[in-house]
Design a protein around this ligand. Structure first.
Ligand code: SF4
Length: 396
């Protein structure tokens, strides 16, 4: 329940992947009407959300139709950030810890990548997508970032890789030098995330940059000709009104990024907001208004929703939705959410998701930084389970 008297948009449907369910029904050959009827009856999902899930599922089926069974994605985690956002529940460590740990962390990561390169080659996989996230990878120095990108290009065959994404989420970590490094090493998509354009909210959520810094970083990034710049915003941030969110979204759209991702605030157990910010009924209703505005406004301005997921404890029981200009969609986001491709995770807290017909398994890396450094051999041994998984009977 979202704690307000407004209707639950997703009814009683649990789980983070409502679109996957709909895509599976489409693959089984069910008609839109049959799917609508079944979702209405079983979960009382609103008509708007059923239409949304259907349209995204249809789009995803088209976008992934040429995805081969042996194509995989790499996810590489750089767990450092300049400061910790109050709503963060990721394994992220602040810049002070980074000074102490960056070097041993990168050394451990390189060893894990080397094993990954061998496994990919032995199993005959093709790397279709690379995603460096975290954390904020651009917290690394330009030289460290350059070395990391070089290492990836030397360890894996990237000749069939259609996208190379880097989270450059915090504008206070972006410099022209780092942008040049990324573009020079073949990065195609970067994320620069304002979350809000309101200074008081930025302070409240623990981000120490100005709203203008985001737009300056976008201007700098545009000079490097990345194929895609993504910008994240959050609906339902503590203390924000629907009008403030609308101002943020209008300003972000005016910067003309190829992707805009609209998250809804989620109060996660591991975040500093847990127990401090309890959304009121008004906040739930406000978040619903924000998302309604986002769908209408982004539709009018040419953006199409192409992936969607939900999390626990979301304000208004809503969802996170990725929007894209047509042809600029991020395959990693779709493949992850639809569980359509194997993702090899590297680094602290990363998850390797093994996918083959009829079977999905996960291999977890530890979430604690010192544990990750102390248990490197164990992390590498865990990854070798991939040989067993893919050589079992239901082989790809
Ligand atoms: S930028 Fe992202 S990973 Fe870093 S602290 Fe904020 S929410 Fe967490």
């Amino acid at each position: 329940m979202n704690g307000s008297n407004i209707a639950e948009p997703w009814g009683s449907l649990c789980g983070v992947r409502p679109v996957k369910r709909v895509a599976d029904m489409l693959r089984e050959g069910q008609s839109h009407e049959a799917i609508r009827e079944s979702l209405r009856k079983a979960f009382e999902i609103s008509d708007e959300r059923i239409s949304l899930a259907l349209s995204i599922a249809e789009r995803e089926l088209v976008l992934t139709k040429d995805l081969g069974a042996k194509e995989i994605a790499l996810y590489i985690d750089i767990p450092f950030c300049p400061t910790r956002c109050t709503y963060c529940a990721f394994a992220s460590f602040d810049a002070k810890q980074m000074q102490q740990y960056a070097e041993p962390y990168l050394a451990a990561l390189y060893r894990e990548l080397e094993l990954g390169g061998k496994i990919v080659k032995d199993l005959g996989f093709t790397v279709r997508s690379v995603y460096i996230g975290g954390g904020t990878p651009t917290t690394l120095l330009a030289l460290e970032l350059d070395n990391l990108l070089y290492k990836i290009s030397q360890t894996f065959d990237l000749s069939h890789t259609s996208e190379f994404c880097v989270e450059a989420g915090r504008p206070d970590t972006i410099t022209e030098e780092k942008l040049k490094v990324m573009s020079g090493r073949g990065v195609t998509r970067i994320s620069i995330n304002p979350q809000t354009i309101h200074e008081k909210t930025l302070k409240r959520i623990g981000r120490k940059h100005t709203p203008q810094a985001v737009f300056d970083a976008v201007t700098l990034a545009k000079k490097q000709n990345f194929s895609v710049i993504n910008m994240d915003v959050i609906a339902g941030l503590p203390g924000e009104t629907p009008e403030e969110f609308m101002e943020t979204l209008r300003a972000v759209e005016a910067a003309k990024p190829e992707n805009i991702t609209v998250h809804t605030m989620s109060i996660k157990r591991a975040s500093n907001l847990k127990g401090v910010f309890e959304p009121t009924a008004e906040a739930h209703i406000g978040a619903a208004k924000m998302l309604n505005f986002a769908y209408e406004f982004l539709d009018e301005t040419g953006y199409v929703p192409y992936y969607l997921y939900r999390q626990k404890h979301m304000v208004g029981s809503l969802e996170n939705t990725g929007f894209s200009l047509p042809g600029k969609e991020c395959l990693y986001n779709i493949g992850m959410m639809q569980e359509l491709m194997t993702v090899m995770g590297f680094g602290v807290g990363s998850v390797t998701k093994l996918v083959k017909p009829g079977r999905i398994e996960r291999i977890f890396n530890v979430r604690d930084l010192t544990e990750y450094l102390n248990r490197q051999e164990e992390m590498r041994n865990r990854k070798e389970y991939m040989y067993t998984f893919f050589n079992q009977e239901t082989d790809v």
